[in-house]
Design a binder for this molecule. Structure first.
Ligand code: C5P
Length: 221
């Protein structure tokens, strides 16, 4: 069966403050171009969901569709725009995607039909309590055990039928989630956790761009 890479890239990048995030450049290449280049050698086709009115940056070899108002809606539209048996969903905002993670996901999906890259948490976790003053960042509330806690990344791999079904359920129930594996798990589907990579961090806040610039120098070698 065929495999498609589906890239939601229709966000407005509000937290980053640099315009639509997928079009932000790191060391001379857009986040979107980097994500597409990492995935295309491993799949039969690449589909990208773009903001209304946007076009693919020059040199990006993919098929573009118009995204939705939420990430979930963008992915739903991408799922309907392909007939591939397997799909790899990947955020344009995670431009540094090691090849080994892609291989591990494509293998895991043969087993369970759903798999995601994820990283075991390394930091101590705390739930913030009420702050001392209005507007401060809060005080130490309670410790949260990090045992068995993983931070979920992308790519996420699915048999397309499984994810289509999960999206249809979520839509009819008005449920929204920040990722796709969560929609499958919610229906009782098994989702394999595949070790991700620290370099797969999502470029979200302005400080992440400095990190991405530094990483790009090594990555582009
Ligand atoms: O905003 P956030 O960082 O969670 O976005 C994750 C990914 O989803 C980004 O690649 C963004 O472009 C994409 N997205 C989308 N459609 C939206 C919102 C976000 O494709 N309406």
């Amino acid at each position: 069966g065929r495999t498609a890479a589906l890239i939601p890239a229709a966000g407005f990048g509000t937290r980053l403050g640099r315009g639509p995030k997928a079009f932000v450049e790191v060391a001379g290449q857009t986040l979107l171009a980097r994500s597409v280049a990492a995935l295309s050698p491993h799949v039969d086709e690449v589909l990208v969901a773009l903001p209304v009115g946007a076009e693919l940056p020059p040199g990006v070899d993919a098929r573009a569709i118009v995204g939705g108002e939420t990430r979930q809606e963008s992915v739903r539209r991408l799922l309907h725009a392909t007939t591939a048996e397997r799909v790899l969903i990947h955020d344009a905002a995670r431009p540094f995607l090691p090849e080994g993670v892609i291989h591990a996901l494509l293998e895991a999906v043969l087993d369970t039909g759903a798999a995601t890259a994820a990283l075991p948490l390394a930091d101590t976790l705390v739930r913030a309590g009420i702050g001392d003053q209005a507007g401060d960042t809060g005080c130490w509330g309670e410790l949260v055990s990090r045992e068995n806690l993983w931070a979920v990344q992308t790519p996420q791999a699915f048999l397309r039928e499984i994810l289509l079904d999960a999206h249809a359920h979520a839509r009819s129930e008005g449920h929204t989630a920040t990722d796709d594996a969560g929609l499958v798990a919610r229906l009782g589907g098994r989702v394999r956790l595949v070790p991700g990579d620290a370099r797969l961090f999502k470029v979200t806040a302005p400080g992440d761009l400095a990190l991405a610039e530094a990483l790009a120098r090594m990555w582009d070698g």
